[in-house]
Design a protein around this ligand. Structure first.
Ligand SMILES: Cc1cc2nc3c(=O)[nH]c(=O)nc-3n(C[C@H](O)[C@H](O)[C@H](O)COP(=O)(O)O)c2cc1C
Length: 191
């Protein structure tokens, strides 16, 4: 059910690194994402699928994981993502630079992650990336402005949702190895 997929589609940051994802799987995710709505039908988002181990190693140091967890530097060797989808904007196709670009981006990210969830994969949108270093390392055209990297893999299922009251802290935290994500209650998001 779609509701289950949405709930299971948490941000996962630890993976079974020995479980490879095929390049074609990521290309299929991107292909389906082509059919997403996009403001003014501009379709300026462009994607690169990365599964090759050598390139994964190049990208990893340029990603910032879980900003609220000050004592965690990201997944250690053995728990790193098995693939990435890098998303950028092709500025050459950009007719209208407006606030809605980020809406396109969000829709695309969630569409990719829901497809991953359907295949018992999971991942994390990473916006805190070193864009210039990734562009340099992967020799990405100057026409492309990087936006996010989606890290993907077979997740270690260590994420739990916790319902919170309005005054409670929204910061996620770790408890006995579990990653706890506070979510507001339905009554608190209705107006
Ligand atoms: C636009 C966007 C940017 C994000 N950037 C990062 C990031 O740079 N690093 C990271 O570890 N998580 C990042 N996340 C993941 C969020 O921290 C995560 O969605 C949030 O903690 C809620 O957890 P959940 O996705 O399991 O509901 C990002 C999420 C979104 C939607």
């Amino acid at each position: 059910m779609l509701a289950d997929l949405i709930k299971n589609n948490r941000s996962y940051r630890r993976f079974y690194q020995n479980e490879e994802i095929s390049h074609q799987t990521l290309i299929n995710f991107i292909n389906n994402t082509r059919f997403c709505p996009t403001a003014r039908n501009q379709q300026v988002l462009v994607y690169r699928a990365v599964t090759e181990e050598k390139i994964r190693q190049v990208i990893f140091p340029f990603l910032n994981w879980a900003g609220y967890l000050k004592d965690w530097a990201g997944p250690p060797q053995g728990e790193r993502p098995n693939g990435y989808i890098i998303i950028g904007v092709n500025n050459k196709r950009l007719l209208f630079k407006d606030e809605w670009l980020n809406a396109d981006l969000g829709i695309a990210c969630q569409t990719i992650l829901l497809q991953a969830a359907e295949k018992n994969l999971g991942g994390c949108i990473i916006a805190a990336i070193n864009k210039s270093e990734i562009k340099k390392a992967l020799n990405i055209s100057e026409d492309i402005e990087l936006k996010v990297v989606i890290a993907l893999g077979k997740p270690k299922l260590d994420v739990k949702i916790e319902e919170i009251d309005d005054e409670d802290d929204i910061k996620y935290y770790r408890n006995n190895g579990e990653h706890i994500v506070p979510k507001r209650k339905l009554d608190d998001i209705l107006f």
